[in-house]
Design a protein around this ligand. Sequence first.
Ligand code: 0O2
Length: 221
Amino acid sequence: VRDDDLAHFRTEFARFMMSYQFVTSELMTKINILKDEFTYIHKYSPIEHVRSRLKSPESILHKLRRKNIPVTLPDIRKNIVDIAGVRITCSFIQDTYRIADMLTSQSDVTVNEVRDYIANPKPNGYKSLHILLELPVFMSDRVEHVPAELQIRTIAMDFWASLEHKIYYKYGGEIPDELLTELTDAADAANRLDMRMEHLHERVAQSRLTAPGEEGAIPLP
Ligand code: 0O2
């Protein structure tokens, strides 16, 4: 490879990666606006944490090799749709869907695919709502439609997924059977906890609606 070509590729790649940084910033702004406004109206926040990450060049290359995709920027743009990743953690299951609806109904958001692993968990027990979307990013000389992966899940689902992720990497993807069984049991326990918390949350919301002396209160959803 000539030095000139390498320098050119470096510049282009850096510029390419910047577009994912920008789409992440746009998504974070949208999420923060929804969070603040929802909290103001409903007096509680449906979002506990929001985190974002950019896939590393190593991890992009690894995925390209695994899927046998050529290493060109247009191929990466088209095929690796989770370079920009944003994860929202909610307290309650109903809020994961509510946040998803609020975001995906915005007119500049194009939804390419929804993978609902909450309604259809993976065989290991993994639960999360994944939305593959695209947003326009306005730059100095052009508009780019940049994809991002949004993951929305509850605190209990997130707790389970982070431990499973660590165990998966610790065992290089070959988790021993007895740990797999325990993990599946833990996923069931997390699911039961989600159901109970949701039920409690609904009861509290109902009692707030009917409590005497609270006529002026803004009802919980
Ligand atoms: P990281 O480090 O989070 O980026 P695809 O090839 O795109 O069709 P892919 O990428 O497996 O299939 O898509 P999927 O199933 O929607 O999963 C994408 C991401 O979801 C993963 O990204 C994880 O973050 C998370 N995920 C999916 N399945 C599991 C699971 O069983 N356990 C845990 N803990 N997380 C999961 P990456 O790139 O694998 O990792």
